[in-house]
Design a protein around this ligand. Structure first.
Ligand code: NDP
Ligand code: 13P
Length: 339
């Protein structure tokens, strides 16, 4: 049994707490809202997981001192934009080393840092045992139904990855390990861009051909960038690559797909975000990926088309027209670096 605190009581933090509590760990779920902590201690979190009864052993707190003092393992489950703030708040209260696990999917615009890099910038090395990434095709709504789910725990330190594998693994939640931290973080973050794009084409009324095209060429551009950044090409054929791309582009649970769908139907970004009420990571990640594409000189036409829709006021149908009208190409020409 491990002593674990999950930080962030949205859909994913709550679903992972459900798994950890069921696995018999000494689990505390920290939320920054007292009313939500009270609700979770009455076994529900209606805003984020409607109709789900949480296990009796899943305890919440809104007291950050208590949350930090409780744990040897710190699971960060807040949106990317809150990672630095929450890491700093944890650091101020830490008195001994801890194992950090993060489950968020994004890249920070401007600094272009991956989440594990942000955590290492905010928490001194002498307080970090390791940082492990838990990522893969996993909608919170299905995990709490105990539907079979597979994810990967990524860390160069295989002992730390194995410890996280053991922490979460059970009969419906199967955890693999991977040493390719960059590939796992890039795959998990950038698939949200492609899910937004697929949502848009679905919203425009295009069919499965368009969806398959965007998913396939989307994976090609994710892998192209990832490999330039130091990832292992094969990771993009794995759970945090094609696996997460499939689940996010084809599921109504995906907030990124749903946001894209509303954009395709004519809503603007503000209206979409108001309606969602949950994080749509792909929007900020599109900005970061647009900057990364320039920095690494990697062609990322789908990302650029989405950037134009989100940040330059281009109409979705015009962005599609632009994508389809580009110069003729050999399908494999930009993929050769992956071999
Ligand atoms: N949902 C899913 O199925 C999956 C999500 N993920 C990733 O997990 C991360 C979290 O997503 P998810 O749980 O779905 O997001 P949600 O939008 O469901 O919840 C986000 C939670 O973070 C809290 N929060 C936001 N800012 C802060 C802050 N500064 N301090 C403390 N708490 C804060 C929110 O609080 P409040 O309620 O007050 O806004 C809310 O409880 C994302 O990166 C996402 O991509 C990964 C795999 C699956
Ligand atoms: O990452 C996810 C599934 O693996 C969740 O995707 P959304 O954030 O689009 O809901």
């Amino acid at each position: 049994m491990e002593k674990v605190t999950v930080f962030g009581a949205g859909s994913w933090g709550t679903a992972l707490s459900y798994v950890l509590a069921q696995n018999g760990h000494d689990l505390l779920l920290w939320t920054h809202r007292q009313d939500q902590s009270d609700e979770i201690n009455q076994h529900s979190n209606e805003r984020y997981l409607k109709g789900v009864r949480l296990p009796d052993s899943l305890k919440a707190t809104a007291n950050l001192d208590e949350a930090v003092a409780h744990a040897d393992i710190f699971v960060l489950a807040v949106p990317t934009k809150a990672i630095r703030e929450v890491s700093r708040d944890i650091r101020e209260r830490m008195t001994k080393k801890g194992l950090f696990v993060h489950v968020s999917k994004g890249i920070e615009p401007d600094s272009l840092k991956r989440i594990s890099e942000m955590i290492r910038e905010e928490i001194p090395a002498d307080l970090i045992e390791e940082v492990v990434i838990l990522s893969g095709p996993s909608h919170a709504e299905e995990v709490v139904q105990e539907h079979p789910t597979t994810v990967t725990a990524a860390c160069e330190n295989t002992q730390a990855a194995n410890r996280v594998q053991d922490l979460f693994m059970n009969s419906y939640f199967r955890v693999y390990t991977n040493t390719d931290v960059i590939g796992v973080e890039i795959g998990g973050a950038l698939k949200n861009i492609i899910a937004l794009a697929v949502g848009i084409t679905d919203g425009l009324g295009y069919g499965d051909n368009a969806k398959a095209a965007i998913m396939t060429r989307g994976l090609a551009e994710i892998a192209r960038l990832g490999v330039k950044m130091g990832a292992t090409p094969l990771t993009f054929s794995g759970l945090s690559g094609v696996g997460d791309l499939i689940v996010t582009c084809t599921s109504v649970h995906s907030r990124n797909w749903r946001a894209g769908n509303m954009l395709g139907k004519g809503k603007n970004v503000e209206e979409v975000l108001d309606e969602m009420g949950m994080v749509v990571e792909g929007i900020r990640t599109t900005k970061a990926a647009h900057q990364l594409a320039a920095e690494y000189k990697v062609p990322m036409p789908i990302t650029e088309a989405l950037y134009a829709v989100l940040f330059e006021g281009v109409k979705p149908e015009n962005a599609v027209e632009e994508l389809m009208g580009r110069m003729k190409k050999n399908e494999m020409e930009d993929l050769i670096d992956l071999l």
